[in-house]
Design a protein around this ligand. Structure first.
Ligand code: ATP
Length: 219
């Protein structure tokens, strides 16, 4: 549960889904869009929903967005509005502004004008799905930046009965076993002597190339 306050500007599919998830997790959400129909659509799911053009400095000042813990700018199709809104929101004194970008260059501009975090949902989701397609044992793959990643691997019948230490996951200093899941139980410091069962899940993190190499060796 969260008692924090968030504002989401731009209520396309991405913005809408961010709003719903934040609110259902207990946060206070202010949803904003220039389009009244989109505001009406999200209104039942959030604390407050208003129509506003966030490229306008005066409007953004009146919204007092600097009182919010975090602001998400999720305007994709109109790149000019995305950039201008980010600039205006950042200049209004909001400490943490996360922004959705369409591509690398859009993202680069957003970083230069002060976005605290740039999100590229299509790129990130594409990478995660491709990793799962390449190896069905990979349940999840999350890019951590700086060439690091975190992945969840499900244990198949080939590794049944082996111990966690037999997988040699910790031999490389850079690869870390973050957790081990069996059914509903999660251990964040699993014993390396644990005997593996089909369906167990291991959560590991490290450099991407090293993780790929480890996965290959687990076949
Ligand atoms: P997706 O639907 O996948 O999230 P997208 O970000 O391209 O993609 P759009 O449909 O373009 O989604 O949604 C962006 C939203 O941002 C639209 O609802 C649009 O009305 C809104 N918007 C655009 N400019 C402004 C602005 N200046 N101030 C507030 N909202 C804006």
């Amino acid at each position: 549960m969260s008692d924090k306050q968030y504002a989401v500007i731009g209520l396309g599919r991405f913005g809408l889904s961010v709003c719903k998830e934040l609110q259902s997790s207990g946060a206070q959400v202010l949803a904003i869009d220039i389009d009244e129909a989109r505001v009406k659509e999200v209104a039942p799911f959030v604390s407050q929903a208003i129509v506003a053009n966030c490229t306008n400095e005066e409007t953004v000042k009146e919204l007092k967005l600097d009182d919010y813990d975090m602001v998400m700018v999720s305007i994709g199709a109109d790149v000019n509005s995305s950039i201008l809104t980010t600039l205006v929101v950042k200049e209004s004194g909001v400490k943490s502004v996360w922004v959705k970008a369409n591509d690398k260059f859009h993202g680069k501009i957003l970083s230069k004008i002060g976005a605290d975090r740039v999100i590229m949902p299509e790129r990130d989701m594409g990478i995660r799905i491709a990793r799962k397609m390449l190896d069905k044992r990979v349940l999840e793959f999350i890019d951590l930046g700086s060439d690091l990643a975190m992945t969840e691997i499900v244990i198949g019948h080939k590794l049944l009965g082996k111990r966690l230490c037999d997988l040699n996951l910790c031999k490389e200093r850079d690869v870390q076993v973050l957790g081990f899941k069996r059914g509903p139980n999660l251990a964040n410091a699993p014993s390396l002597d644990i005997s593996l069962e089909t369906g167990d899940v291991i959560i590991i993190a490290g450099p991407k190339t090293l993780l790929a190499h480890k996965l290959k060796n687990l076949s």
